[in-house]
Write a protein that binds this ligand. Sequence first.
Ligand code: PLP
Length: 677
Amino acid sequence: MTPEIYLDGNATSPVLPAAIAAAVRAMEDCYGNPSSSHSTGLQAKALLDGARRRAVRLLGVGQGRLMFNSGATEGIQTAVLSALCALRERRQAGEAIGTLLVYGATEHKAVPEALAHWNRLLGLDLELRKLQVDSDGRHDLQALRALLPHTAMLCTMAANNETGVLSDIAGIEVLLDECASPAYWMVDCVQALGKFRLSLARSRIDYAPFSGHKLYAPKGIGMLYVREGAPFTPLIVGGGQEAAQRSGTENMAGVAALDAVLAALEQGGVFRSHDALCTFRERLAASLRRALPGVVFNAAFEHSLPTTLNFSVPGLSSKELMDVFDAAGVRVSSGSACSAAKAAPSYVLQAMGVPDWRAASAIRLSFGPLADEAAIARACERIERCGAALRASGLIAPDGSLPVQDGVQQLGSGGACSWLVHDAASRSCVVIDPQPEFMDRIAAQVRGQGCTVLAVLGTAPGVDLAAPGRALNVAYGAGDTFGWPAADGLLALGGQALRRVLVDADGAQQAVYLLGRPDAGALPQSAARHAFIGTLAPRQLDGLVHGDTLLCAASDAQQPFCSSLHASAPESGGSQGELHLDAAALQGLLRAHPDALLVDVRESHEHLVGVQAPQGGKVVSVPLGQLAGQIPEWMAAPVPLVFFCRSGNRSTRAAQCLRRLGYAQAYDLAGGLALAA
Ligand code: PLP
């Protein structure tokens, strides 16, 4: 397994060895309850008090409150609850409190969610208002000036978790003073801790939440600062711990670990200086520029944390970039960790008004102040390896010399699909059912391959393909058959040919294209290896195809990839037997069947950055888009096939498809390469 290079520090960090040691000590030697009055309890209390004193010194808390809690989400709730309870009381006492709860458009979701939740629960009925940011991601201070006279609470962040953009906290403070605003002010300091010096009591900030796991402490420990005199209402009541500010027996292992991190910050010499971090950022940026032509950085370096680079690459989606980085062992993220699993483009980048393609392609690379020369050098080398793999697979820098593989290629899965049929020898291809969302990709691919598009064909009745036909330089045609030779003829494509058949479907004529090796100028049903069937159901294909013809639809939402007349229904799961193999089962299979193939269904650029065969078996690369093209060969000479990918998602779908088609010896590697380490 490729050793990991962790560049997702804004999501969470590894734990500082000194913090691990401190946590272990707290559990082994200092396990008392700090509320107990015996000696064991007193020792724990001393640890807790010492940690608090250090945090108070380091953050410049002055006479304010500093309480330990579970993390920033809790700190945010407590701050919002405290401010909103005070606002409710003031309003009930007849005071004008303003009408708005204002929050920065790029805040972590915990902030607007907490505002909406407590506003509703407390029956305040204030209006939540987003404070817009400019194209640099910084708050619009003019807009804020206009809002302040009506603002009851203001929530801004010190540094953004997705882009690293630093807010103009001093500028906001000046505005609050100039407008003599009585608004309560929360500043989310999660991404600021350890990156620059804080002196909270000297500022006008009322509430500042912190989170341990963003700076080398474990998850589940955080802190909340509350300015002296700022209203406070506990979120959790009970045994009166933390001076009755946050009840519940303290997470002493977490406190000890956080204290070790704060000690390292206080003593210096452990974390890199700002200048050193800026140099690391320059080196990473230079590698990204070399590896990924046209890379655009989504936040200006002069206004952002040196530890965060947010970038986009023309022509590549976040997912494609994430996948290739992950395959190379480089852990980055496609936005904040909370939203990384969702496909939606980043609301932070959208708020900055970045073009859609950049929001859809964005990657966040973030490291921590513990990074060292060697780790950055390794990261740069891997980034450049990713660039080379993307070039070799044709995803970037197309130059007309990219390889063309014979066969059928599918674009899109889980919804609308387009299909391409290639002939490598003549560098030509045919496009079937070109979906608008894949047109850019198809055009870039055929340009990169220097391929001639012979025809652009549609299956749907009445579809007009003039636009894609022209975009792909097909010389002639009309309606759904751009480039089709003659009404009933065959379109030759190397040794294969396409035959067009019209099927009456609910009173309309839908086209079906059969693909196979012609015999004496004809392509009988028995010779059709693939059929591009548009939206027809298998029962509408009677007499057109044979039982094993692979049916390639214009949408594979129901039957992922392809099906056949012999295939079983998707819900039946195909032929019997365990589909998922764990490491031990895979070993057993490889021992019993040395001819078994391990099929890497990740994209070819993911494969190219290097893969160690799980259990050392024989590996072939068949990205999902080429699955339908490859299946007939496997069917002709079956051997056990074990599909694998990063997480097990893609490989499960591939194995299920083969099982449905009656291929009994298809399996997937459970949990993917992520768990095979
Ligand atoms: N605020 C910011 C800016 C963050 O980055 C995060 C974590 O992603 C949070 C708040 C929530 O922190 P926690 O995970 O400690 O609840």
